[in-house]
Design a protein around this ligand. Structure first.
Ligand SMILES: Nc1ncnc2c1ncn2[C@@H]1O[C@H](COP(=O)(O)OP(=O)(O)O)[C@@H](O)[C@H]1O
Ligand SMILES: [Mg+2]
Ligand SMILES: [Zn+2]
Length: 340
């Protein structure tokens, strides 16, 4: 059965003609999307959102891979299933895989660095290029992922700083390589080459670096193509989160990355006359109003704060429906794990 007869602009279901519908339906409709980054401050709900988005994508795309690049991995916690640095199927799905990687190795972890050097057979000198360790680690992941031909890959990213650094690797590497290729460093290399006992000639090392640069550049071209790649900031309606989201969007724009969707999570919908809930909602409303002004030409999807944590496939599935059908603010959302 083919679903490719309608254009990507076709509005889904009851979304209607609203160009900026408050739903992620646009992400499900855009079949050309290959890379979706989910990012934001720690604790706002990145993992919950990326798991939910991946669950929805698995309904409309052939195969979905969800990758955590947050060293504080929690895909395993969210799904209640242990994942590794290789894709494994999520229990209960035929086309949804998860993996957890660390794309920004710790500079102080000598064992890891040694392993990296062995793998790529670089010399000490090449390893001194700023950004090269991250670039190698990242390109390794991208090669692996691209060789597996998933229809769409969702990144559950680390908090903002980390992620922006990851996305800046190509230009970081560019600067590093420029330095490496300049006369001084090559000169130093030929002197030190024998001392550190490398078996590679400067030419061989240059070739390795050039090939690494090519991989990174290919990935970068895809990341800058809005047909293939988009970034979904997740935030909560509070001052710090709104501020950080605004900064994130500005920096992503500088990196030529597409942003069309914003998820506002943990919105309080007071059920009864509860002072705490009413006060928090009033506080949140101020920022929701500001967002309505700031993000008029974005799909802003609002997600309710539920009474319990959202863990396990059944709970995540229920939550994920709200990404597509905006919450009405009234219906009681009861998660299977809750004893009500
Ligand atoms: N809308 C929500 N309602 C209730 N709990 C939520 C909601 N969003 C996230 N949580 C819970 O908050 C915690 C942090 O969410 P998580 O997605 O891990 O954040 P992040 O990945 O941004 O650090 C988790 O325990 C998660 O289940
Ligand atoms: Mg997380
Ligand atoms: Zn209350």
């Amino acid at each position: 059965m083919s679903t490719s007869t309608t254009s990507t602009a076709a509005p889904g279901g009851d979304i209607g003609i609203d160009e900026y519908a408050p739903s992620i339906q646009n992400l499900l409709d855009q079949q050309s999307l290959k890379w979706i980054f989910v990012g934001g401050k720690g604790g706002v709900g990145k993992t919950t959102t990326s798991c939910s988005l991946a669950i929805q994508l698995a309904k409309v795309r052939d195969s979905v891979l969800l990758i955590s690049t947050d060293p504080a991995h929690n895909l395993s916690d969210a799904f209640g299933q242990k994942f590794t640095k290789h894709p494994s199927l999520v229990n209960g799905f035929k086309n949804l895989h998860c993996m957890e990687i660390d794309p920004t190795p710790d500079q102080d972890a000598p064992e890891f660095m040694d392993k990296q050097k062995d793998m790529f057979n670089f010399s000490e000198i090449a390893m001194s290029i700023p950004g090269i360790d991250e670039a190698m680690s990242f390109s390794e992941v991208m090669k692996l992922v691209q060789s597996m031909e998933f229809s769409v890959i969702v990144f559950d990213t680390a908090p903002t700083g980390h992620t922006l650094r990851l996305l800046s690797i190509p230009s970081l590497l560019d600067k590093g390589i420029a330095k490496f290729m300049d006369g001084n460093l090559s000169g130093i290399f030929s002197t030190i080459g024998n001392v550190v006992g490398t078996t590679q000639t400067p030419d061989q090392i240059q070739n390795r670096i050039t090939s690494l640069k090519k991989t990174i550049e290919e990935v970068n071209v895809q990341f800058k193509n809005p047909d293939m790649t988009t970034f979904v900031p997740v935030c909560i309606p509070e001052f710090l989160s709104l501020y950080e989201t605004e900064r994130l969007i500005q920096q992503l724009t500088k990196l030529d990355m597409d942003v069309q969707n914003i998820i506002v999570n943990q919105i309080v919908y007071p059920e009864i006359d509860c002072g705490l809930c009413l006060a928090r909602r009033k506080m949140q409303q101020k920022y929701l109003d500001q967002m309505a002004d700031l993000y008029m030409d974005f799909h802003v999807t609002k997600m309710p704060l539920l009474k319990a944590e959202i863990r396990g496939v059944p709970s995540l599935s229920i939550f994920s429906e709200l990404l597509v059908k905006p919450y009405d603010g009234k219906t009681q959302i009861v998660l299977p794990s809750q004893d009500h």
